[in-house]
Write a protein that binds this ligand. Structure first.
Ligand code: ADP
Length: 310
């Protein structure tokens, strides 16, 4: 549905995108994750024909964003980071106005606005002015305006920024419900957003894509080593010394402690399983083994690892 090949974008002497390539399948929700300034908005603006790339190629539903912007715009709904909302307009009037701008046929506007308001759970806000809505509901109006031309592709730039936790959950649920029939790209610098909402994630940093996979595969691929959490009742320095002596153990860090009980994170070399040796050593010393479990790296650990490596 979306194909991006070797996109670059320069602002004067500064190169914001340095050869970005990726594709998005029909019906997929793709998370575009990266720290501030990574190039997310720049990529989205190129895809939505807001401005051209310096070089490279991008197509949406088979149409070239440079050569056929009118066709591309028909296929895309865009929620920019700051939606230009008219605060003194009633919600249905604002949406009807945008529908007109987007070329929805006059006789279809009313029905289309009703359908989209229902889909975005806005119907009960029909009597309100946009300016009277909470931030979460304003964001729903922003998403609704992006949907008015019934686009196949939905591009959402930081859709949950500035919302409270309850509103975030509701907007994520709404986005998930919109996918399937539509292809969604969602940019974010917030990690849980991608693991909760997206089927695939692209990590971008300093204008380059540094990883692309499902959140689960990224975790297992990049983890590279086995990590265990061990909770022991005993003297810390002795425990660390003895566990470090086990063959294959690479690194031990103490997490927290109190009353003589501490948690240790044990990293072992790839392919080496130390789950038998650890209890044997602890028991032989007469310490208490209270817990032993594998630890998965979170997407956050992976993100930091990738971005720092860069
Ligand atoms: P993100 O959306 O990931 O935060 P952006 O795509 O907005 O990143 O920006 C990427 C880089 O390009 C940043 O370093 C930013 O400062 C720079 N940039 C963005 N827009 C402009 C512009 N209009 N002029 C000059 N530099 C810009």
């Amino acid at each position: 549905m979306i194909k991006v090949e070797n996109l670059t974008k320069s602002y004067g002497n500064f190169q914001a995108l340095k050869g970005v390539s990726f594709s998005v399948q029909k019906g997929e929700i793709l998370g575009f994750l990266g720290p501030n300034g990574a190039g997310k908005t720049t990529t989205m603006r190129i895809l939505t024909c807001f401005f051209p790339a310096t070089s490279g190629k991008a197509t949406v539903a088979g149409f070239d964003v440079f050569a056929e912007p009118h066709e591309v715009r028909k296929k895309i709904g865009y929620l920019p980071e700051n939606v230009p909302l008219y605060l003194d307009m009633p919600v249905p009037d604002y949406l009807s106005f945008v529908a007109g701008l987007k070329g929805v046929k006059r006789r279809e506007v009313k029905k289309q606005v009703e359908t989209i308001m229902e889909e975005c759970v806005l119907t009960h806000m029909s009597h309100k002015l946009v300016g009277e809505l909470s931030k979460g509901y304003r964001q729903r109006v922003g998403i609704a305006q992006a949907l008015l031309n019934d686009p196949e592709v939905l591009i959402l730039d930081e859709p949950t920024i500035g919302l409270d936790p309850k509103q975030i959950i509701e907007i994520r649920k709404l986005i998930k419900g919109l996918a399937g029939r539509r292809t969604v790209i969602l940019s974010t610098h917030i990690l849980p957003e991608v693991s909760m909402t997206c089927q695939r994630v692209i990590i971008i940093n300093e204008g380059r894509i540094i990883a692309s996979d499902t959140p689960q595969n990224l975790t297992s691929k990049i983890q590279g080593e086995n990590r265990l959490l061990v909770k022991v009742d005993g003297p810390s320095s002795e425990i660390i010394k003895n566990l470090e002596g086990i063959k294959g153990v690479r690194k031990i860090s103490r997490k927290e402690g109190g009353n003589g009980i501490s948690q240790y994170v044990v990293d072992s070399e790839k392919g080496v399983d130390v789950r038998r040796e650890i209890p044997a050593v602890i028991v032989s010393k007469g310490w208490g083994l209270l817990e032993l479990k594998p630890l998965e790296m979170s997407l956050e650990d992976i993100f930091v690892k990738l971005v720092t490596k860069e």
